[in-house]
Write a protein that binds this ligand. Structure first.
Ligand code: VOV
Length: 249
């Protein structure tokens, strides 16, 4: 039997992806449209306030391609908070013109493959705390996808000895660190919470860096042999003060 590695778990996380019914939206008179968007912006500003109080964080991005038009990511203390945020959005007038094309529930996670030897609480370390209670960067681009580690025949991540998994994750970390300052990653665990085992949320100044990093990682054994990936969602930062422009017809 191989042994599970420990995880440090922080904020709960909801990725909420919405597609606009542009045809119905076009029929709304200009002034009403602007007031509906303002109502949405007011809600985003409450998320901003929560972020300033350091009790959560948010990201708002457009989504390029057919899968959605925008993505809202919220981090909070509890699943109840996530539920409330989702329902608050659903009760806004703008929600009447959206369909939720995908959503993802997870918890921001930091692998604790090598816990402190002195038995101290890793969350006493401010760097660790910042990793599981992160402020989502407002960089130009987002890339989100869910993933699993394989349990197929010889390729079973969950039956590898812990030491081997530690080594594979070290190599993974080494590749990732080459992209320091270019890409910020938020890994959220979702085993038992959603259909995949992790959500991978990446932020970049330059969208090309997503392709470079993810391609390079495909050659690391942990991804090449054990990684399984869901759909990818990519998009661009949507600043609340740009929302009127984005939703304008
Ligand atoms: C910006 C790049 C970057 C960096 C620096 C980085 C580093 C690290 C380190 C050091 C660790 C281990 C400790 C921890 O923090 O958990 C991890 C952990 C993890 N990662 Fe990672 N990762 C990156 C980026 C990064 C990407 C792009 C992916 C997707 C993989 C791909 O092929 O598409 C990913 C996945 C994961 C996962 C699913 C885990 C948890 C696996 C588990 O079994 O526990 N990750 N990751």
């Amino acid at each position: 039997m191989s042994e599970p590695s420990q995880t440090l778990d922080g904020w709960f996380c909801l990725h909420d992806l919405r597609k606009m019914d542009w045809a119905a939206w076009r029929r709304v008179p200009d002034e009403e449209r602007r007031s509906i968007v303002q109502e949405f912006v007011d809600m985003v500003n409450t998320w901003k306030a929560v972020e300033e109080e350091e009790t959560g964080s948010y990201a708002l991005y457009t989504v390029v391609g057919h899968k959605a038009d925008f993505i809202m990511v919220n981090l909070r203390d509890s699943m109840n908070d996530l539920d409330r945020i989702e329902q608050e959005f659903n009760k806004l007038r703008i929600a009447d013109y959206t369909t939720q094309t995908y959503s993802y529930v997870s918890v921001v996670e930091q692998g604790n493959y090598t816990p402190p030897k002195d038995g101290s609480d890793p969350l006493d370390n401010p760097n660790m705390r910042a990793r599981v209670y992160p402020v989502l960067p407002k960089w130009n681009h987002i890339c989100f996808y869910p993933m699993d580690k394989k349990r197929e025949g010889e390729d079973n991540w969950y039956s590898l000895p812990l030491e081997e998994r530690v080594e594979l994750m070290k190599a993974h970390g080494k590749t990732g660190r080459k992209y320091a300052g270019e890409i910020k990653q938020i890994i959220s665990g979702s085993t038992g919470l959603d259909d995949w085992e992790w959500g991978v949320t990446l932020f970049a100044h330059d969208a090309l860096q997503f392709k470079k990093l993810i391609y390079e990682m495909r050659f690391d054994e942990v991804s090449a042999r054990y990684g399984k990936f869901g759909a990818f969602y990519v998009g661009n930062l949507l600043e609340p003060d740009q929302a009127q422009l984005f939703f304008d017809m």
